[in-house]
Design a binder for this molecule. Structure first.
Ligand code: ZN
Ligand code: ZN
Ligand code: FE
Length: 744
């Protein structure tokens, strides 16, 4: 009988996902001998046996569910007696730095099976699912290096853990009701009320009764309440000081489909191990009690076993991060009690610590069941998976200050951190420096260089200043553009549109409506939105009527100001502009969206970031085609005077808001299109927070593709400031190639 020995190298996601037990069982079933072990880049398999069985093994392996590539080579080899799972080779097993995984189907079955020893146990997990990144103290990923080290496995768990045929073979967080973590319920004065099943049962009852609970999950706390209880939701809004910002909800897939349109790609994302929040289109006539005020709804499926148990009791739960506005998600109980006691009525917690905090990730798909999506927040479930891009080693990219994710490199891979948030807040800054330290120690790196935003006042820029690191700078909008170039590995000449709320520009002004050309070693701002003033500075991002007043004043439509903004102190705003007092210049597209939203009376005050623009998009979405306005590009400056004129005239004609909003969106697409013509673009990149506007993004891409222009945007990192760290890395690599470190 012909005997064949083949060595198979598997690269991809094969560690911490049950790959070795799968291989073991497959090989044993086919009576093959050999071995499987993890390596630094994946896994290595040797199979030996009858030729037809080896072939069958390879074909079954290739058809298996693992996201891996296999290369096979016949080898001359000694004779193996049996098939074994061998210890990892003693290399730096960096790929064993896994992200948190949502509960798998097998464990879910056990969770709801009355005869199972883990029936209703909120911490059930296996090698295919469970917490990972959130519990790791140091690498390699081994139980003793996680917060699970404090739980001694009972004999039954230990047996599973040691059995290569078992789904829990080397499942580091393996636990059961006998030996593992337990739930506790506290009242808001931190008084213990109940434990274990009692705690859960009581918590479910309290939620049904309309109470708000802080619930400890995987990467932090959620504030949860019954989404169908309007009064409770309003309470939560009041207590969280969040009058209009949409809340994400947690529901099972059937409920999600009842509430929203769910394409099969959206469904796949919802059900993926990362289990992000997916921004879905809400079905017409479905209103769930002041959860969201535009036509979308952020939905996530239950991902921790505790969530599955809760959703069985309360089908739609508000699940918003357990933080006070603008503070990082609470992880430790002490912190949670301190921060959330004014918001939550009760605390459902557990004694499995959270070593690394991370918020829920957020993605949004293009309309019409497209496969394409953008990432709005990249955190739990995606972190710390590296981003495939070639990059310089030993660099830390500081990120931006408003929606911070930083990025470090190792062995040519870029590791984007979890979402940190707004660094202007002290607690976020602490979270930032703590996370930077941790990431360095996990990856055993000591970066020699830091690349920071060009803004001299940014906390992140200052954090890395005056240290032993060589500091270089990347201007905000160039970094936006570079992040797309890095992601897609683009070569040659590229025209970029970096549209966002604000970022420090090369001339010291606040940029945000930038057209940038790049030719493989240099960024040149070729055109930009006409500067206008922001009376009150940063205040304009909230009091967005100020943007409206400023735009009207700039282009001589002063007579329209009193009737549109009579209830605000527009006179002082105009005075500030004319006197040049606290009125910085900006070319921000985000602020133009705000200004138009205010002029249309859709939103004049924003209670959360970009509310004006979001509601403008929502208004436009309720309309069909609508035409567009005129505009001018004079000496590389985009002048919107004619747009305003058109809008004011349409307002006079009592044209509906939605139609005007749609015409405005169409016009921005036209602006991009005519810049492409003027600067002869063949390849275009789009980046910046303004492109979270799905209507604008999809229309722009559609228009340019019709002209045979190649269009790219951020797909692996957030399209907002959460992605600029990757662009900073790219720019830092350019600097080092050019042999210089740019000093400002
Ligand atoms: Zn599982
Ligand atoms: Zn146990
Ligand atoms: Fe930005």
């Amino acid at each position: 009988m012909p005997v064949l020995t083949v060595r198979i190298t598997a690269t991809g996601v094969v560690q911490g996902v049950g790959f070795r037990p799968f291989v073991f069982n497959l090989a044993s079933g086919l009576k093959l001998a050999g071995l499987v072990r993890n390596t630094g880049s994946g896994a290595q398999i040797v199979v030996q046996g009858e030729t037809k069985n080896v072939r069958r093994f390879i074909s079954k392996l290739e058809k298996s569910k693992f996201a891996a590539k296999y290369s096979c080579k016949e080898i001359a080899s000694k004779k193996y007696r049996s098939f074994q799972i061998k210890k990892s080779k003693k290399s730096k097993v960096l790929s064993e730095f896994p992200s948190d995984l949502a509960l798998c189907e097998d464990c879910k079955k056990e969770l709801f099976s009355k005869t199972d020893r883990r029936y209703k146990y909120p911490f059930v997990n296996c090698v295919n699912c469970g917490p990972r990144f959130s519990i790791i103290k140091k690498l390699p990923y081994d139980r003793k290096n996680t917060i699970m080290s404090k739980f001694k496995m009972c004999p039954a768990c230990r047996e599973e853990y040691g059995d290569p045929k078992n789904r829990r073979f080397h499942a580091q967080p393996n636990a059961c009701p006998v030996c593992g973590p337990k739930l506790s319920l506290f009242d808001k004065n931190a008084k213990l009320i109940a434990e274990r099943e009692k705690a859960f049962e009581l918590a479910a009852k309290l939620l049904k009764r309309g109470k708000i609970l802080a619930v400890k999950g995987i990467g932090g706390y959620h504030l949860m309440c019954d989404a169908s209880n309007k009064k409770t939701v309003e309470f939560l809004r009041k207590r969280k000081n969040r009058p209009y910002k949409p809340f994400a909800v947690m529901a099972d897939i059937n409920t999600a489909k009842r509430l929203c349109e769910v394409s099969r790609y959206e469904e796949a994302a919802l059900k993926s191990p990362a289990a992000p929040i997916v921004i879905l289109e809400r079905k017409p006539n479905i209103e769930i009690q002041s959860i969201s005020f535009d036509d979308t709804l952020g939905v996530m499926l239950p991902y921790a076993p505790l969530h599955h148990l809760l959703v069985k009791e309360i089908p739609v739960l508000v699940a918003t991060s357990g933080n006070r506005a603008d503070e990082p998600i609470s992880a430790a109980e002490k912190e949670a009690f301190k921060n959330l006691s004014g918001i939550a009525d009760y605390f459902l917690v557990h004694n499995r610590d959270i070593e690394n905090r991370s918020d829920d990730s957020i993605v949004r798909f293009f309309p019409n069941a497209s496969t394409k999506k953008i990432i709005i927040r990249r955190s739990r479930g995606y972190v710390p998976n590296p981003i495939a891009t070639s990059t310089a080693d030993s660099v830390i990219a500081a990120g931006g200050d408003l929606k911070n994710n930083f990025c470090v490199t190792r062995n040519g891979k870029a590791y984007l951190s979890q979402f940190i948030g707004d660094l202007a807040d002290r607690p976020n800054m602490d979270f930032y420096s703590e996370s930077v330290q941790k990431m360095k120690s996990f990856l055993e790196i000591n970066p020699k260089r830091a690349v920071c935003d060009g803004h001299p006042g940014y906390a992140s820029t200052q954090h890395f200043g005056g240290k032993s690191l060589k500091q270089s700078f990347a201007f905000h909008h160039y970094a936006h553009m570079a992040s797309v170039i890095a992601e897609h590995n683009l070569k040659g000449k590229v025209l970029g549109f970096a549209f966002d709320g604000s970022g420090y520009g090369e001339d010291g002004n606040i940029w945000g409506g930038e057209v940038i050309s790049f030719d493989s070693n240099k960024f040149v701002r070729v055109a930009h939105l006409d500067y206008f003033k922001l009376p009150g500075g940063d205040l304009c991002a909230e009091e967005i009527w100020r943007c409206g007043v400023s735009l009207l004043h700039k282009y001589g439509f002063d007579s329209d100001i009193p009737k549109l903004f009579g209830k605000y102190d527009w006179r002082s705003a105009v005075k500030m502009i004319d006197a040049g007092v606290n009125s910085p210049e900006t070319s921000s597209m985000g602020r133009v969206f705000d200004g138009i939203s205010a002029i249309l009376g859709i939103k004049t005050l924003a209670t959360y970031e970009a509310e004006g623009a979001i509601m403008l998009e929502a208004a436009a979405n309720r309309t069909k085609s609508a035409g567009n306005y005129n505009f001018e590009i004079e000496d590389d400056v985009i002048v919107i005077k004619k747009i305003l004129k058109g809008i004011l005239s349409d307002l006079n004609k009592k044209m509906p808001n939605g139609t005007i909003a749609m015409k405005f969106h169409n016009t921005v697409v036209e602006i991009i299109d005519s810049c492409c013509k003027q600067y002869r673009a063949k390849t275009v990149v789009l980046s910046g927070g303004v492109f979270q506007n799905m209507l604008l993004l999809s229309k722009t891409i559609e228009k340019l593709q019709k002209k045979k222009i190649k269009v790219y945007f951020n797909e692996k990192v957030p399209i907002n400031d959460g992605g600029i760290a990757l662009g900073q890395l790219y720019i830092s690599k350019m600097h080092s190639k050019n042999g210089k470190i740019s000093k400002k």
